[in-house]
Design a protein around this ligand. Structure first.
Ligand SMILES: Nc1ncnc2c1ncn2[C@@H]1O[C@H](COP(=O)(O)OP(=O)(O)OP(=O)(O)O)[C@@H](O)[C@H]1O
Ligand SMILES: [Mg+2]
Length: 300
């Protein structure tokens, strides 16, 4: 199957910052892909390149088979975009905003049914300036869908929303996936990536560090459980063979089949006369994957 998105050795340089550093990526149709990474990782730059808003310095990006740099118009007709910060004309109503946006495209979805789907029909006469954060994000989603796109890009669609509004956006993204569209979204919320995405891309400093389903990433990098320790005389655990990660005064251990290794660990600690104050075992998350990969936390 031809990939919907194919990026090869993409480089984007802003002055001294390499926002994309030889990045390659392939996305197949109908997937929800979540790009996860800390501030400045290059998530927005990646999306803006794919949307035809930024040009690559080297490498190639193709969307739906079109070269984004050369065939920008063909790409823009077929994709939907919701930017990280969406500025609307505050004095327009929801319906007027959608009509205005739709007028930029030759191909359009039926507006009333789109507004119905997104729960905006009742709000159609309201000015955009008076909407809540969650309602504004739904308008942003309407804008992204208005030209009936095959691929949609959502840059942090739920940042700043309360949990209920976030869940509403999640169910709308799920709906968009069921329509067969491909969705690429960025997020700082690992639980959002875990909930929505078929494929998670972990980015840092312009590079993809790891990619796969959540289950695959946990299996490959952390195991299913994470052990957290603090105490005295434990710093040696960051060295081989244990390879714990130091995190905010605590020591974190990612190892497959944790229970198989626990006896060995505890007797080693005891034999050195070290002391454990706290020991916690919990389910591993994408945060642990990031910590394992970089030694840093995703959300600081
Ligand atoms: N127009 C620009 N001019 C100069 N530097 C830029 C520009 N756009 C992005 N950068 C830099 O490129 C790097 C990647 O930025 P980008 O916005 O892609 O990160 P991000 O992962 O989206 O971060 P955030 O989570 O904060 O939105 C950052 O160091 C940023 O400062
Ligand atoms: Mg961004």
């Amino acid at each position: 199957m031809t990939p919907v998105i194919e990026v090869t050795n993409a480089v984007k340089q802003f002055d001294s910052v390499r926002a994309l550093d030889e990045l390659s990526l392939s996305v197949i149709q109908g997937q929800v892909v979540a790009v996860l990474g800390p501030n400045g990782a290059g998530k927005t730059t990646l999306l803006e390149v794919l949307e035809g808003l930024e040009r690559l310095d080297a490498g190639e990006a193709r969307v739906l088979g079109y070269d984004v740099g050369r065939q920008t118009r063909e790409v823009k007709e077929r994709i939907g975009i919701s930017l990280q910060a969406t500025a609307f004309f505050d004095r327009l109503s929801v319906q007027e905003t959608a009509q205005l946006f739709g007028s930029f495209f030759s191909r359009r979805q039926d507006l009333p049914s789109l507004l119905q789907t997104l729960g905006l029909w009742e709000l159609r006469e309201r000015r955009v300036s008076g909407l809540s954060g969650g309602q504004r994000q739904r308008v942003a989603l309407a804008m992204a869908l208005i030209n009936d796109p095959q691929v949609i890009f959502l840059d942090e669609p739920t940042t700043g929303l309360d949990p209920a509004a976030r869940r509403e956006i999640w169910s709308l993204v799920e709906h968009v996936r069921q329509e067969g569209r491909t969705v690429i979204l960025t997020t700082h919320y690992m639980e959002e990536a875990a909930y929505l995405a078929d494929n998670v891309i972990i980015m840092d400093q312009g590079k993809i560090l790891a990619e796969g389903s959540v289950g695959q990433l946990l299996r490959d990098y952390t195991g299913e459980q994470t052990l957290i320790l603090d105490g005295e005389g434990l710093d040696y655990l960051t060295d081989p063979p244990w390879n714990f990660v130091a995190d905010n005064g605590r020591l974190v251990w990612h190892v497959p089949n944790l229970s198989d290794h626990l006896d060995r660990l505890l007797s080693d600690i005891r034999s050195r006369g070290s002391v454990i104050h706290h020991l916690v075992v919990r389910e591993a998350t994408l945060e642990d994957v990031f910590l394992r990969l970089t030694g840093r936390r995703l959300v600081s």
